[in-house]
Design a protein around this ligand. Structure first.
Ligand SMILES: Nc1ncnc2c1ncn2[C@@H]1O[C@H](COP(=O)(O)OP(=O)(O)O)[C@@H](O)[C@H]1O
Ligand SMILES: [Mg+2]
Length: 460
């Protein structure tokens, strides 16, 4: 535990509030550096320091990578507050906040840039035998230099091998939760994170959440509606999962990923299809995903530094805005009702807009006006090369060893998350006119509180 106190920081401003603590932006007095302070919530803990925080700190201290949030130190706040804070490097946005900015659209090279960083961070975790278990857009932090970092390791844990037994399946926020978890698997591995990555990828491509289920049965319905129903042919062993018979669709459903994402280019579709694969054994790994044609075909991922800079935006702001909107809507509704009773007229029942969750049925998404999202790119990056050529997996980069329990031989050959990649040198390689994302589409809400959205059993 650090010996410094929160008094080393000034001007705290609340930027995030999860079930497990508040997050503040603050300035370190001595250096002027802006940091994020995450307060560890102790009130619900009868047995001392929360296990989630212990896990998060332990794992974060062992991970050291450009695409993983850096835990700088721990500080305490003496006095009646008696709090403990984790001090992180400050990141201007989380992906939920960024995607919720009005009019935000990402170009193809931008999506590739974010996805490549996400996969690089996830690969690093998996190569070091850490499962994140809560990958979602609000846990992906982005700074104004275009760097994306994986954060919130409160649910993460180490795993020894793929047949890790008896882990809890109550992990991962519902909308990003893999089908094997929803069907009750307690033996699972890195593939659960890759499902979540697939959901984030689709969200980046389409501008909205693809599986906004209200509860577990509906979540599975949405998944099966898009990915088809699981059976012994497409997922050997699925019928042995505890929830299989309960949740199996009455009639077999066909897989419709390709039809649904028809507006997405073929390399993106190919990769998404392999991420949203029902059978976890066949789902693409982070390493193989980095090697996918998508990242090596023109237009290449843009240089993170070329990404546009925005005022900071976090999921918290989105929540606050939605809350304000709800209050305004309620007030307006009350006024309307008053008005109606005053005039004592018979009106048709009020039209509800179905707020809360965007009801997405499997079926064609709204699509970009330009059916070929690559159509108008200039391809200058091709000439700039991938900064070392070669594919990701061919670049030797053994992940730095972790301190801690023995890891055994890595299944991964290692990739170079820092250099050698396909970031084109120089300026932006996209035109702002070329965007993915449905015109005028806003992402669906994924701002459910964790209480609603996630039942945690953080013991396993
Ligand atoms: N280092 C950081 N820089 C900027 N914002 C952060 C940082 N860490 C967290 N946040 C913000 O706080 C929110 C909650 O933090 P998180 O670590 O995900 O905790 P929780 O367990 O409450 O979800 C994030 O979604 C993000 O908006
Ligand atoms: Mg979080």
């Amino acid at each position: 535990m650090g010996s410094r106190t929160v008094d080393c920081f000034e001007k705290p401003e609340l930027i995030g509030e999860g079930t497990y603590g508040q997050v503040y932006r603050a300035k370190e007095i001595e250096t002027g550096e802006i940091v994020a302070l995450k307060k560890i919530r102790m009130d619900s803990e009868k047995e001392g320091f929360p296990i989630t925080a212990i896990r998060e700190i332990k794992i974060l201290k062992e991970l050291n990578h450009d695409n993983i949030i850096k835990l700088k130190e721990m500080v305490i706040s003496p006095g009646p507050d008696n709090g403990i804070y984790m001090v992180f490097e400050y990141m201007d946005h989380d992906l939920t906040g960024l995607l919720d900015r009005p009019g935000i659209r990402f170009s193809v090279p931008q999506v590739k840039c974010y996805m490549r960083q996400l996969l690089t961070g996830v690969h690093y975790c998996h190569a070091n035998r850490v499962l994140h278990r809560d990958i979602k857009s609000s846990n992906l932090l982005i700074d104004n230099n275009g760097n994306l970092k994986l954060a919130d390791f409160g649910l993460s844990r180490r795993y020894l091998n793929d047949v890790n037994a008896n882990l809890t399946n109550r992990v991962v926020t519902l909308w990003y939760r893999a089908p094997e978890l929803l069907l009750g698997a307690t033996k699972y591995g890195p593939a659960i994170d890759m499902w979540s990555v697939g959901c984030v990828f689709a969200e980046l491509l389409m501008g909205k959440t693809i599986f906004p289920g209200k509860d577990e049965p509906q979540q599975l319905n949405l998944i099966f509606g898009l990915c088809g129903s699981p059976d012994e042919k497409n997922w050997p062993g699925v019928s042995k999962l505890p929830g299989y018979n309960t949740f199996k669709p009455e009639k077999p459903l066909e897989r419709r990923v390709r039809e649904t994402f028809w507006c997405v280019d073929k390399h993106a579709l190919e990769l998404l299809d392999r991420m949203l694969t029902l059978d976890p054994a066949k789902r693409i790994s982070a390493r193989d995903a980095l090697d996918a044609e998508y990242f090596w075909a023109d237009p290449l991922p843009c240089d993170p530094r070329s990404l546009p800079k925005y005022e900071s935006s976090h999921e918290f702001d989105t929540k606050r805005k939605r809350q304000q909107q709800r209050l305004q809507d309620d007030a307006a509704k009350r006024q309307r009702l008053q008005h109606t009773s005053q005039h004592n007229r018979l009106l048709p029942p009020p039209q509800h807009s179905g707020q809360g969750y965007p009801q997405m049925r499997p079926g064609p998404f709204r699509h970009p006006q330009d059916g070929n999202p690559y159509g108008r790119y200039n391809h200058q990056n091709q000439a700039q090369g991938g900064g070392g050529g070669g594919r990701y997996a061919n670049v030797p980069y053994p992940p730095p060893p972790l301190r801690g329990p023995p890891r055994g031989p890595s299944r991964f050959s290692g990739v170079d998350p820092r250099g050698g990649g396909g970031y084109g040198a120089g300026g932006p390689n996209y035109q702002h006119g070329d965007q993915y994302g449905a015109p005028g589409t806003r992402r669906g809400s994924n701002t459910m509180s964790r209480d609603q959205n996630q039942q945690y059993n953080r013991q396993h």
